[in-house]
Design a protein around this ligand. Structure first.
Ligand code: F6R
Length: 366
């Protein structure tokens, strides 16, 4: 049932070309300029003309929501707030009837997310679900939604659910952008083609697995690690750190790279591995200077870069090369090496990656 893999987690990481493909299937056909989410239909105007979008989730789903904040603001030009469901539900939050709420949950059973949805619903907001488990409590509690179709996720650490969530959220943002005429026809079409090619690029990205295993050998005994990224890849840094914490029990922190100088930089010495997402997007140059700051303090740098990046290769201790794509789509690729890095480090430390201590797959208690 693990399909020849040592664990469900590794199987699920390697399934991502297929799971993202399944998520896109029938919804996006670039050649025809077709983009449609069948589950979002009756209430679509509430999303299109929302004054504000509130995104709710926990853990990895919350990280997918943070990525979506950047994507929606860029493409759909609607203000977005991303909330931990557990905080939102106890805060007497301000919710207007013309707010659209997007609730993200792999299991569809997370108690805090469900309670937050009920609260927003009681104030008249329209709720859209992004769930993986069909017929789950959250899927049933929402007005409408789009399933991620990633297939069952057994490993406790969420991997393929994250990439499928980001894919659905991208399709939602693109749909709104098109209908609100925020993107030019040509740009819209290019984005569709590029999104369609993402499963292939994920497959290419997965080829770095053995290289990552080598890097994992070097850092398996670390007691701390820092993950840094900017823009679309700041939430990916958070997600990389969460993956490492939960399955290897190494303390890890994710930060927006520019925040480092406001505190965490004090942690950096020759014992501190720092993972940078340093691809050639619109924050590339800024990230390069953040890498220099870490190297100047003797930190060990592992950088996720685009193929053929000689500048960062000359500065970092290790580089992991991934294919290039449009900025807005990069989280679908950059998260892959971080999942693999956490996986290999955890395995080398003898941890049970599928069932990490103290964690459950669905958190049905608050
Ligand atoms: C992380 C992880 C958790 C879940 C969180 C939300 O790998 O598995 O952080 O992401 O408990 O779960 P769902 O998405 O099922 O609501």
């Amino acid at each position: 049932e693990k399909g020849g893999f040592d664990s469900f987690m590794l199987k699920e990481i390697f399934e991502q070309p297929e799971s993202v493909h399944n998520c896109l299937r029938g919804r996006l056909i670039a050649e025809k300029g077709h983009l449609q989410l069948g589950g979002i239909n009756k209430y679509i105007d509430r999303l299109l003309y929302a004054k504000r979008i509130i995104i709710l989730g926990c853990g990895t789903s919350w990280h997918a929501g943070l990525v979506a904040e950047y994507i929606f603001e860029e493409l759909a030009r609607i203000p977005v707030e991303v909330e931990y469901a557990s905080e939102f539900r106890y805060r007497n939050p301000i919710i207007y009837p013309d707010d659209a709420v997007i609730a993200i949950s792999q299991s569809g059973e997370t108690a805090d997310t469900l309670a937050a949805i009920e609260l927003a619903k009681s104030k008249g907001a329209t709720i859209f679900g992004v769930c993986n488990v069909v017929g789950s409590s959250i899927a049933r509690a929402t007005h409408e939604g789009a399933y991620t179709h990633a297939g069952p996720e057994i490993g406790v650490a969420s991997t393929k659910a994250f990439t499928a969530q980001v894919t659905v959220l991208l399709m939602m943002a693109l749909m709104i952008a098109k209908k609100r005429q925020n993107v030019a026809e040509a740009q819209f079409s290019e984005l569709l083609y590029e999104l369609e090619s993402i499963p292939e690029k994920i497959a290419k990205t997965l080829k770095i697995n053995e290289e990552i295993e080598k890097i994992a050998h070097i850092y398996q005994h670390s007691s701390n690690m820092i993950y840094l990224g900017r823009g679309y890849n700041f939430p990916v840094a958070l997600e990389g750190a969460l993956k490492l914490k939960e399955i290897s029990y190494i303390h890890a922190e994710g930060y927006p790279a520019a925040e480092m100088k406001h505190g965490p930089i004090a942690l950096i010495d020759e014992e501190m591995p720092v993972v940078f997402i340093a691809i050639k997007d619109n924050s590339y140059e800024k990230v390069v200077s953040n890498i220099q700051e870490v190297k100047a303090r003797k930190g060990r740098v592992i950088a996720i870069v685009n193929e053929g990046d000689n500048l960062i290769s000359s500065m970092a201790d290790h580089v992991i090369e991934i294919p290039a794509t449009y900025d807005v789509l990069t989280p679908l690729l950059t998260v892959i090496p971080l999942q693999l890095l956490a996986y290999h480090i955890a395995v080398l430390r003898g941890c049970n990656v599928d069932q990490p201590r103290n964690l459950a797959k669905s958190v049905t208690v608050e």
